[in-house]
Design a protein around this ligand. Structure first.
Ligand SMILES: NC(=O)c1ccc[n+]([C@@H]2O[C@H](COP(=O)([O-])OP(=O)(O)OC[C@H]3O[C@@H](n4cnc5c(N)ncnc54)[C@H](O)[C@@H]3O)[C@@H](O)[C@H]2O)c1
Length: 384
């Protein structure tokens, strides 16, 4: 199988998630990193490419230089897809330019900083024949895929409630105005967009609730706060959701919970049973039913109870822990299958897909926008 060629935007120097993209995309040796524009600073962009193993002639000073130069390369040599791991305010312009130049796109979240841009990007992606994947990577965990299949098959009955909480605590220790550091842009509304922790972790939590439950909101209300004195944006908040089947959703996000590292957890209540899962112990899924002992589903591709999607998302036998990189790589692997189909001139399966698409990106930005609107109107209910 020919490897797909990856071009990475962002991730140079101390940049965090770009390195995760580079590792996850190449984990299964289905892709190789061939080009990059890794920083907004032209000199750093070139020097940062060295540890990534990118050839000097394909280490570009800017993303537009990358798109222009890669477009001119021979079809069998140019990058197939562009991965965007830059601050939020750049996603729309880079993703639009990459689609227009004919590249598949893998973009990090939140997809854009405004609903208008998200709508435009949906139209652009739909009018192109390119694949657009969004790295809501928590949906790549085998047991989240198992949970989704169990819910869809009615194994927990009808869903009556979904609770997702995403708590971190690092913001207590940071003053980005005093010591500019990695991620300082997250406190700048111009670069981050209007939703602070809401955009950073709230959109992940919302996506996971949608992914597992299969539900779409009808209305929501939200309330948020900013507790860290230097921060101009929300760092704590919650949204109450009424889903289309009348189920209730509660999404909580925080980056000011002392001691919490990356504590994403989800619980889905059904009329017959309830599911729960925690990202920091991702290889176990709990199923509870009144009057019965709690069942623990292990991530184990050889267990008879593992669902097809969970088995397909595993690389190692049970008991050999898989986690963040593997889940991230699953988003890539599923998007690669579609990229290969498109490259071969074949049709791709219709949505819903296992990997998050431009439509999921749009839903995330809609969630962010409705939460902000509700908060600004004293937590009034908003129509989805
Ligand atoms: N999926 C996830 O789990 C996850 C985790 C963290 C961050 N993110 C998202 O990823 C994005 C990046 O976040 P981060 O934490 O890695 O930020 P970061 O500040 O650590 O890294 C940003 C990188 O982008 C580079 N950069 C900035 N502007 C650029 C430009 N115009 N062209 C090329 N490179 C540019 C910087 O040099 C840096 O290397 C954000 O949108 C964030 O929301 C996603």
């Amino acid at each position: 199988m020919d490897r797909l060629r990856m071009a990475l935007i962002g991730g140079g120097g101390a940049g965090f998630i770009g390195k995760v993209h580079a590792t996850a995309a190449t984990l299964d040796r289905q892709a190789e990193l061939v080009a990059g524009a890794l920083s907004s600073n032209p000199e750093k962009a070139k020097s940062a490419a060295i540890p990534f193993g990118i050839a000097p002639e394909r280490a570009y000073e800017s993303y537009d230089a990358l798109l222009e130069s890669e477009s001119r390369r021979d079809q069998h040599d140019r990058a197939d897809f562009v991965s965007i791991a830059t601050p939020n305010h750049t996603h729309f312009e880079i993703a639009s330019a990459a689609l227009r130049a004919g590249f598949h796109v893998v973009c990090d979240k939140p997809m854009t900083t405004t609903l208008k841009d998200a709508q435009e990007l949906v139209e652009l992606a739909e009018s192109s024949d390119r694949v657009f994947a969004l790295t809501h990577n928590y949906s790549g965990y085998p047991l989240m895929r198992q949970a989704r299949e169990m819910v869809a098959a009615g194994e927990i009955g009808d869903v009556i409630a979904v609770r997702v909480s995403y708590a971190q605590g690092w913001m207590h220790g940071v003053d980005p105005t005093a010591t500019p550091s990695r991620g300082a842009w997250k406190s700048d509304p111009e670069k981050n967009g209007p939703g602070g922790s809401l955009g950073d972790v709230g959109t992940h939590a919302f996506h996971l609730a949608s992914f597992v439950s299969g539900l779409e909101p009808r209305t929501l209300l939200s309330q948020m706060n900013s507790y860290s004195h230097h921060h101009q944006l929300d760092d704590y908040g919650h949204a109450v959701i009424r889903y289309d089947n009348d189920a209730t959703g509660l999404v909580t996000w925080s980056q000011v919970t002392h001691g919490r590292l990356n504590d994403l957890s989800i619980e889905v209540d059904g009329t017959r049973a309830a599911l729960s899962w925690q990202q920091e112990s991702p290889n176990q899924l709990f199923v509870r039913s009144l009057g019965k002992p709690t069942q623990i589903y292990e991530r184990n591709p050889n267990a008879g109870y593992s669902s097809p999607a969970a088995i397909a998302a595993c690389r190692l036998p049970g008991g050999h822990p898989e986690a963040f990189f593997e889940a991230f790589a699953n988003v890539y692997r599923d998007a690669f299958a579609d990229m290969r189909r498109v490259n071969a001139g074949q049709p791709t399966p219709l949505e819903p897909k296992l990997y998050p698409t431009v439509h999921d990106g749009m839903q995330g930005v809609r969630f962010l926008t409705r939460c902000l609107e509700s908060h600004q109107q004293d937590s009034r209910w908003q129509t989805w």
